[in-house]
Design a binder for this molecule. Sequence first.
Ligand code: TA6
Length: 284
Amino acid sequence: MQTKLSIETIDFNGTEALRLNGPGGSSAVISKLGGQVLSWITPDGRERLFLSESAVFDGSVAIRGGIPVCFPQFSDLGDLPKHGLLRTREWCVGDQRCGNDFALVTLEISDDEETRAIWPFPFRAEITLMLEVDRIDVEFCVENTGGDPFEFTGALHSYLRLVQVEDAALEGLYGCDYRDAANEDQIIRESGIELRIEAETDRVYHGVKRPLSLQAGNHSLTIQSQNFPDVVVWNPWVERCAALSDMPSDAWRQMLCVEAAIVQEPVNLPAGEEWYGRQTLVVA
Ligand code: TA6
């Protein structure tokens, strides 16, 4: 007998979150802190997202793992705090729905005095998580609710869980130029059919048109995106990981960030208009 799909409010390490109980025993968790997806478990019982065992859940820093939302600035490419304003803020619950084969939650956030003190633009943002039997779909939507246009960059900074990053091969980036932040921001054209992680990796690939495929041992994921033309690939490797206070020193091995991003060409959003971008992770 198929169990009914449901959505419940839970306490997740001291922070309020929603658990989506999806088809076939799949589940996902999204926290109100940061509007951040924190867990995705497929029907085989496997956790697909990396969440650091030393992650901090008090809002003093971003939660290390899951899918942080970077907006209105990617990384430190501007004057705003790194990765923008939303990662340590409390979001509100919007729509919650279950169908026969999906569960869906929308969280929302708007500008307030604190955001306007740092970035003077009124906005409304939504993150929608849809869980199906073999996939999650994460959609980020931004509305310019002010009277002037604004520009932004951003990303869905997805931390994928791996048994061992050295076994991973990421396909779909061949021929794309990337900015290599781990090598003095050199612009390099990807010449490999598959990318393997063998050192600190911190790259922004530009204009990626194909879906990506991540193979890692007996685990395989397809990564699709819409309206996010760039792909960020990040692994801190040994030394940088050791310097991160919210990561166990060997945790670099169990993660790879493959981020849907809009970095090279910022979005220019006119007053009253909306933009959305989406990342879909599918188990193969
Ligand atoms: O998206 C890659 C990146 O910008 C890296 O440079 C790395 O610093 C990472 O994000 C994590 O940033 P965080 O602020 O969460 O430590």
